[in-house]
Write a protein that binds this ligand. Structure first.
Ligand code: BES
Ligand code: MN
Ligand code: ZN
Length: 495
């Protein structure tokens, strides 16, 4: 879908469909008023018949509205004017795009982008509209023998209230496109099944991205990983016939001496649990256990597209976690790259075992900050549901920076404590630490484990177990936390 910025009244807009909002109790938005006036009260009279009352997300398509230049008008319910905030704005755009796509119009102009949204400017509104529109029409049908019919909606214009907003709108549009493209990449990788999206496939995709977007890509094979002493990472890979890979992607947009931001993504392409086997129900969802890797890779694409003047490094340890004669066994003790030994009390707590070695590897970049992204704990889904990503950090400024970026991107996080008191739960009688801390505070003890490998730099951990995908009838990857990561890096690049 192509996007553009428009200005000018809706009644004069030559388009297949003008999309205007109606608040609760049939209160017309400014754009709806303009159409109503030009058409001699046509909208008011339609609404009087009760076809649309303004409930948020309701839509009504009108043909042949008199005295206007557009072929159709799509009315979209906005709910109560006093309660029209960021969530309501996004819901209205989503409903509009879904309805538009049913009309058969190849092109439309959205006037919802003119509506005032508390605390947000034109750049934000346009960015969000582009991201939500692309998200609403996303589907993953490449593995069906017959692809679904092509989407009719090809071009979408975003109207802004005045010329003064155009610059901000254009900036929002370039961000929105970069974020939407990156989310699509993350979703495609996440939705791809484990038999196709293997560690080798991820490495191949990273190499391709390097070529298309001018990123430096290096893939370390098993022998090189052994040489580095990543005994913890390799212990997880042992149970699989797919060779592990350690992928390094670099964007060199800053000065040579600028310390890079390092992103680390968990790349378990399938998590059966290993010898501590997971139950069969919904185990298919563990193909999403590489969503951290996917979002980090996708973020690199956006960073390159936006040409951010920053140095950014992505580190992706990737392998499968399967039961096998050669797999990790409960009680096994492995030696991490840092030299610290780990008693593997549960082979299903494998994410931290591959991340810890990547965190140690990150030291060589002398990073300005390290952010790891992982579908790490079921406990995080219980704590925060599917709304907020779990955030834990060893540095408060970094935590706040991420929280602000999440607000700006509408891809929010919620911080949990990382007090030393939790470290006691990781005590092992036989090694430096155990890889699990019991049932209480499962998300925090997982982060507490990782923190032992992140002592040399400012570090934050994002647990995306609840936010990276949806289960149930709308099962699928969400592309989160790509918007958050892109905004975090935009902030680091000076806005
Ligand atoms: N990949 C899972 C976490 C997960 C579970 C993500 C459910 C999304 C939905 C992770 O590797 C895992 O199995 N974690 C265990 C840790 C436990 C053994 C300490 C968990 O959360 O049950
Ligand atoms: Mn697991
Ligand atoms: Zn896992």
């Amino acid at each position: 879908m192509e996007f553009s910025i428009k200005v000018g009244g809706p009644e004069k807009q030559k388009t297949a469909c003008a999309v205007v909002g109606v608040f609760d109790a049939r209160k017309l938005s400014d754009a709806a008023k303009a159409i109503d006036q030009a058409s001699g009260g046509h909208l008011a009279s339609v609404l009087k018949h009760g076809d649309l009352d303004g409930k948020l997300g309701a839509t009504l398509l009108l043909h042949k509205v008199p005295n206007v230049a557009c072929e159709r008008v799509l009315l979209v319910g906005l709910g109560k004017a006093a309660e029209f905030h960021d969530k309501q704005y996004r819901d209205a755009v989503r409903a509009a795009v879904k309805a538009l796509n049913e009309t058969g119009a190849a092109e439309a102009v959205l006037y919802l982008t003119e509506l005032p949204v508390k605390r947000h400017d034109a750049a934000w509104k346009v960015e969000q509209a582009a991201v939500v529109a692309r998200d609403a029409l996303y589907r993953f049908d490449q593995l069906k023998s017959k692809q679904d019919a092509a989407r009719p909606l090809k071009r979408l214009g975003f109207n802004l209230a005045g010329r003064g907003d155009v610059r901000a709108g254009e900036q929002g549009l370039s961000r929105g496109k970069a974020v939407a493209d990156a989310m699509q990449l993350a979703k495609d990788l996440g939705n791809m099944p484990g038999n196709l999206c293997t560690p080798s496939h991820l490495a191949e995709r990273a190499r391709k991205l390097g070529k298309s977007h001018g990123l430096a890509v290096e893939v370390l094979e098993q022998a090189a990983i052994e040489k580095l002493g990543m005994g913890s990472f390799l212990s997880v890979a042992k149970g699989s016939r797919q060779p592990p890979k350690f992928i390094i992607v670099q964007h060199k947009g800053g000065n040579k001496k600028d310390k890079p931001v390092v992103l680390v993504g968990k790349g378990i392409t399938f998590d059966a649990g290993g010898i501590s086997l997971k139950p069969a129900g919904e185990m298919d969802e563990m193909k999403y256990d590489m969503s951290g890797a996917a979002s980090v890779l996708a973020t690199m694409q956006a960073v390159a597209e936006l040409k951010l003047p920053l140095n950014v490094v992505a580190l992706i340890p990737t392998c499968e976690n399967l039961p096998d004669g050669a797999a990790n066994k409960p009680g096994d003790i492995v030696t991490s790259m840092s030299g610290q030994t780990i008693e593997v009390l549960n082979t299903d707590a494998e994410g931290r075992l591959i991340l810890c070695d990547a965190l140690t590897y990150a030291e060589r970049f002398e990073p300005a900050a390290v952010v790891d992204v992982a579908t790490l704990t079921g406990a995080c889904v219980i704590a925060l549901g599917h709304v907020a990503t779990g955030l834990l950090a060893n540095n408060d400024a970094l935590a706040h920076e991420l929280a602000r970026a999440g607000e700006a991107a509408y891809d929010r996080v919620w911080q949990m404590p990382l007090w030393d008191d939790y470290q006691e739960q990781l005590k092992s009688n036989f090694a430096d630490m155990a890889n699990i801390g019991g049932r209480p505070a499962g998300t925090i003890t997982a982060a507490a484990f990782l923190s032992r490998f992140a002592e040399k730099y400012h570090w934050a951990h994002l647990d995306i177990a609840g936010t990276a995908w949806r289960s149930g009838k709308d099962k699928g990857s969400t592309g989160r936390p790509v918007p958050l990561l892109v905004h975090f890096l935009l902030g680091r690049a000076g806005g």
